[in-house]
Design a protein around this ligand. Structure first.
Ligand SMILES: [Zn+2]
Length: 99
């Protein structure tokens, strides 16, 4: 039985120099929510199991998925394309799928 402190950690099998296989516990990597376009860390998004859904991400368009800068660009391009000031081909390729 693992020690209580090791129960939530990732278990890795390692062969020691004597040939024995030993279970080593590794600290789990913390998941950090990132922007789908630029990869920046998202602010105000934690995805904690104990948080309410409204506490997990910002409640705006693309909240918890795109950062505020990329969301602003998408909304701007969407409006321009809708009003025929721009064509879809003028929008940067990484943002086209969000229009
Ligand atoms: Zn971004």
């Amino acid at each position: 039985m693992p020690k209580p402190k090791d129960r939530s950690k990732k278990r890795v099998y390692r062969r020691t120099p004597s040939g024995r296989v030993k279970i080593v516990t590794k600290k789990a990597r913390k998941h950090v929510p990132r922007c789908a376009v630029c990869g920046a860390m998202l602010k105000g998004a934690s995805y904690s199991r104990y948080a309410r859904k409204s506490e997990r991400r910002p409640e705006r368009a693309f909240g918890g998925y795109l950062c505020h800068k990329c969301a602003e660009k998408v909304i701007l391009y969407r409006t321009r394309v809708k009003n025929n000031d721009m064509t879809l081909a003028d929008v940067p390729l990484v943002l086209q799928k969000y229009l």
